[in-house]
Design a binder for this molecule. Sequence first.
Ligand SMILES: *[C@@H]1O[C@H](CO)[C@@H](O)[C@H](O)[C@H]1NC(C)=O
Ligand SMILES: *[C@@H]1O[C@H](CO)[C@@H](O)[C@H](O)[C@H]1NC(C)=O
Ligand SMILES: *[C@@H]1O[C@H](CO)[C@@H](O)[C@H](O)[C@H]1NC(C)=O
Ligand SMILES: *[C@@H]1O[C@H](CO)[C@@H](O)[C@H](O)[C@H]1NC(C)=O
Length: 291
Amino acid sequence: MSTPSNSTTMLYLVPLIIMSCMRFVLAANFHRDFDILWGNGRGSILSNGKIVRLSLDEYSGSGIQTKCPYFFLRIDMQIKLIPGNSAGTVTAFYLASEGDKRDEIDIEFLGNLTDEPYTVHTNIFTKGNGSREQQFHLWFDPTRNFHTYTITWNPFMIVMYVEGTPIRVFKNMESNGVPYLKDMPMRVYLSLWDGDQWATRGGTVKTNWSESPFKAWFRNYKVRGCVWMNGESSCSSGSSNTVKHDWYNLKELDSSSKEMLKLVQHKHMFYSYCNDSSRFPHGFPLECDEK
Ligand SMILES: *[C@@H]1O[C@H](CO)[C@@H](O)[C@H](O)[C@H]1NC(C)=O
Ligand SMILES: *[C@@H]1O[C@H](CO)[C@@H](O)[C@H](O)[C@H]1NC(C)=O
Ligand SMILES: *[C@@H]1O[C@H](CO)[C@@H](O)[C@H](O)[C@H]1NC(C)=O
Ligand SMILES: *[C@@H]1O[C@H](CO)[C@@H](O)[C@H](O)[C@H]1NC(C)=O
């Protein structure tokens, strides 16, 4: 009698899934929308779900992920990075699918020595293939206050924003043979870890553990997304109006945003794979031509 019948199992499972993954936009609450994934107590949800603090010491970092997978979304996240000597640390805000051949959209903040600039390291993976790095320095100190970082992912393009300014666009150029992220749902992840093998000045500056634990802070996120539940997107059901949202339908940046993107890339981007002829001696990847 200890084995429940299939129908009993269903009765238990269905409400659990619905309760753990909500599709409605409500005020930010990390308890409701995120699970602590790893770190053995180093990641904490504070202030009734309003704030997350991730920490890193020489034994472990920490990380959290959304309960829901999404099939297209816009997420805004306010982040305050590790102050002082953060060299070697990596604070990551990213979307990823599951498995080896992952799709992934990364914004990683690479720490630095006191008073030296963080690097914003961005990358886009399609089915396990990254190698689309672009790196930026910020135009403000990201450790003094919270600032808003945004990822939008829709059927037409991926856009990364810093304080509302687009810094990077990756368009759906499937018709030209460039792979796009549209076959797998992704969750949102936040994590803090030791990357001193490569992060700061190419790995030459190591993490100084006498200054640990290192702490990064997250708050006031806003998710507008198509929740992926039971093999179906909340945006494809007739009852949802998510598909009417502008982030979902945006095919191109407007002309002033395009100007801002150009300016930011000109002034603040200091590495782009699309400019690295030593890596692509026989010509740059096709997506690099898109303007
Ligand atoms: C650290 O500072 C150096 C010197 O200003 C800079 O070249 C580098 O991009 C900064 N960021 C990282 C992560 O190394
Ligand atoms: C690490 O930080 C401590 C405390 O701030 C400092 O005394 C020490 O010189 C630092 N070590 C290195 C290798 O910079
Ligand atoms: C692109 O390459 C040119 C020429 O090598 C260089 O001057 C410029 O700084 C590079 N820009 C980026 C963003 O890598
Ligand atoms: C991975 O992506 C890069 C950048 O678009 C491309 O140049 C390369 O050919 C891709 N590699 C594979 C194995 O698809």
